[in-house]
Design a protein around this ligand. Structure first.
Ligand code: SF4
Length: 738
């Protein structure tokens, strides 16, 4: 709160409006935001000033936006009719608590599902604790198309996942479906610094992104063929004996079987699959193998593929062949911070309810992501790191939405969405729409009334990063532990009543008779427990430490082995084998391409990729903030100018993008650096300026590319369950206009 006398205070917060997690000094006067500036004290090993961040500049506009959700709302009309009544928090939580009890008594706790968006927007482990407290395994996460697949595959193959591996010593960086120059300022800065030091940059991307333009080698691959290209590189490295024989012999498992598999990927074949010239793949393999140490940086472009697990497996094989693991400048496996507790280590512990293990929807099919597999992987991390893996399992969202409609495998009757707007961010919007409307209870916690919130029974106003403290270690995968304090009051009587998500979980747990399992009165009290081993309170941590880096230590495996069943880097994955999957990486043609669906391709001749990130917006957010929206007022579909000319499309024309599942419209933007057979559509689009009631729902059916994307479980990756957002067939044509 403001000091008496209206002096300006400077609070040390951490921005969570994207994954940048930038340190910010917040100038506050009389409880109001005055200005923001970079905080150079929140130093990480790679840290940029974010002076250019368009969102940070618009912070006050966002925070005090006239459409910001400021009080709890209860639906008083039909679902989607747009009729709301403002109610008190007390009433909202009482009524939601009663309804949850009713549903649990009638159908069991598994009838309650949860949907979550991107990680730092909420305190994910506390939400996960709440779900365990009430006994539901149906935690749906966008992580399933974002971070979880790469995390789980890395655990299966090498026993940990390294984040932020680029260091000044790094000699080669491979960007796998990643564009950090737009999405991750600190990674971008690290790359630029490494490049200045002479590091080689290799980019696998179908589009000539800014990173691709700056790369030494750009492999412009056919969408979805990442695994094939990586297998081609493996083939070259083995054939030309560019691998580290000593490391492979001592520390890798299954080399002979890998060699046999790699032989199935001669470069001429890989060229046919990927459209990347064989010589370029050979060159990339040589550059990667000879410029040691090197590392991969993975992105959503590969996460959102039907072949994602196999691609990540292949990328770890490359790291193993070249002994790039756990060395300075390579893929350092830092492990968890020794003096910060994992959320599961905090008393009282709340284990996953054993009788619900089999109830997690999708767990018997997409097995790498199941809670049971978390237990399996945890055995090995516990042995090596003394900590158990605790992230990455999830119910399969497409199956959960189907269960809402079909009652199979059992009824799912309620959902709570937090930092999540599934009507925009989940593929197959028509199904999601029907599913959400069918529920007995739908609760949304958010900052604005989104298209998803329009279908809710209760919409609750969330406190944002400016109003809550935060301790962040990316569930243990960050290169250190970051912190920030609450800067602004979350309640200003008569003006707004935002609430920290944790308080909502706690209040609901109390109403369900389980309050003793969420005992901390505030998030800060809970953070006090996490940093207790360091000898600080959370407040002291923010002011005295702010950022606690993990200590580097290299080749730790020489003492402990890797946290895998064999103690080695598993080229041949015994975990995959145990789960019933191919133990070696293998390219499989995605379900909807001209190769796999030639008849369909006659009608839909273009290949559609979606979801490349934009500087202005973070996924489906920020479209209501004028200064930001003015910079990008419309959704844009990138198309090669020659393709556009053939279709009579001029730059700036509105065009339909049609797939076998429907059509939406975006404006054409020309891009020379895209294959003439490929188009790229932006994701996350809705129009807050359009009416909220049906049929409008803020224009959810207009330009939202997920309306036309496929989430059929049969076309999801069978190991990770990820749905394919980067491989669809489409046709594009101009809108008739007058
Ligand atoms: S929105 Fe901007 S300031 Fe905030 S974390 Fe992202 S890059 Fe940093």
């Amino acid at each position: 709160m403001a000091k008496a006398g209206g002096e300006t205070e400077i609070k040390r917060a951490m921005c969570l409006w994207c994954k940048g997690l930038c340190g910010v000094k917040v100038h506050v006067k009389d409880g109001r935001l005055v200005k923001l500036e970079d905080d150079p004290d929140l130093q990480r090993t790679v840290w940029p000033p974010n002076k250019g961040c368009i969102r940070l500049k618009a912070a006050a506009e966002y925070f005090y936006h006239p459409d910001r959700l400021n009080f709890p709302l209860k639906r008083i009309g039909e679902k989607g009719e747009g009729k709301w009544q403002q109610i008190s928090w007390h009433q909202a939580l009482d009524e939601i608590g009663d309804k949850l009890k009713e549903i649990i008594n009638k159908y069991g706790s598994e009838a309650i599902a949860y949907s979550e968006g991107t990680g730092p927007r909420t305190e994910l482990p506390l939400a996960a604790r709440f779900l365990r407290v009430i006994g539901t395994p149906n935690y749906c996460s966008q992580g399933q198309i974002c971070f979880f697949p790469r995390l789980r595959v890395a655990h299966a193959i090498v026993g940990f996942h390294p984040e932020f591996p680029i260091k000044p010593q790094t000699r080669c960086i491979v960007l796998l479906g990643k564009e950090p120059l737009i999405t991750e300022p600190y990674t971008a800065n690290a790359i630029l610094a490494a490049k200045k030091n002479g590091a080689k940059i290799i980019v696998l991307d179908p589009r000539r992104t800014r990173s691709a333009a700056a790369a030494d080698i750009w492999l412009q691959l056919r969408p979805g063929s990442d695994c094939a290209v990586l297998m081609g590189m493996i083939n070259v490295i083995i054939k030309e004996e560019l691998y580290d024989k000593d490391f492979v012999e001592k520390w890798c498992y299954g080399f002979d079987k890998l060699r046999e598999r790699a032989e199935q990927y001669p470069l001429e074949e890989v060229e046919k699959i990927s459209q990347v010239p064989a010589e370029k793949i050979r060159e990339a393999a040589r550059v990667y193998a000879r410029n040691h140490p090197g590392c991969f940086v993975e992105g959503m472009g590969t996460e959102q593929l039907q072949n994602n697990a196999q691609a990540f497996h292949a990328r770890w094989v490359l790291a193993g062949l070249t002994a790039n693991i756990d060395i300075e400048g390579g893929e350092e496996l830092l492990g968890w911070h020794p003096k910060v507790l994992n959320p599961e280590e905090v008393s009282p512990r709340v284990p996953f309810p054993p009788d619900k293990l089999d109830k997690q929807i999708g767990s018997n099919r997409f097995k790498l992501m199941s809670v049971a597999t978390t237990g399996l992987l945890a055995n090995y991390t516990d042995k090596v790191w003394g900590k158990k893996i605790r992230l990455g399992d999830a119910a399969h969202a497409p199956l959960v939405y189907r269960a809402m409609l079909s009652g199979k495998p059992y009824p799912v009757r309620a959902m709570i969405s937090v930092s999540s707007n599934p009507m925009i961010t989940q593929a197959n919007t028509k199904l999601v729409y029907k599913a959400l409307k069918s529920l007995d209870l739908y609760v949304v916690l958010d900052f604005f009334v989104t298209p998803s919130a329009e279908l809710a029974d209760y919409v609750l106003p969330s406190a944002c990063w400016l109003e809550v403290p935060y301790l962040y270690d990316r569930a243990g995968y960050n290169d250190g532990v970051l912190s920030g304090e609450a800067a602004l009051p979350s309640v200003v009587p008569g003006e707004y009543e935002h609430k920290d998500d944790y308080e909502v979980w706690r209040e609901l747990a109390i109403r369900l008779g389980k309050g003793e399992l969420m005992p901390w009165k505030s998030r800060e009290e809970y953070y006090d427990k996490l940093v207790e081993p360091m000898g600080y309170t959370f407040k002291e941590f923010v002011h005295k430490v702010r950022y606690a880096p993990k200590k580097p230590g290299f080749k730790k495996y020489e003492k402990t082995g890797f946290a895998t069943p064999t103690g080695k880097v598993e080229f041949y994955s015994t975990i995959f084998e145990k789960l019933g999957y191919d133990p070696l990486p293998k390219f499989e043609e995605p379900a909807e391409t001209p190769v796999s669906a030639p008849e369909l391709a006659k009608e839909y001749p273009l290949r559609l990729i979606t979801g490349g990130r934009m500087r202005e917006f973070f996924h489906s957010e920020w479209r209501q903030v004028d200064s930001v929206r003015r910079k990008r007022p419309y959704p844009l579909m990138q198309i090669h100018p020659e393709t556009a000319a053939g279709l009579g499309i001029k730059e700036g024309d509105w065009v339909w993008i049609e797939t076998p599942r429907g059509r939406v419209r975006q404006k054409a933007e020309f891009l020379e650096g895209i294959d003439p057979g490929v188009v790229h559509a932006e994701h996350g689009w809705w129009f807050p300026e359009l009416p909220g009631e049906e049929p409008w729902l803020h224009g959810v059916w207009e330009s939202n590319i997920n309306v036309v994307m496929n989430d059929d479980p049969d076309v999801c990756n069978q190991i990770t369950g990820s749905w394919p957002l980067r491989t669809a067939l489409c046709k594009v044509y101009k809108l008739k206009s007058y």
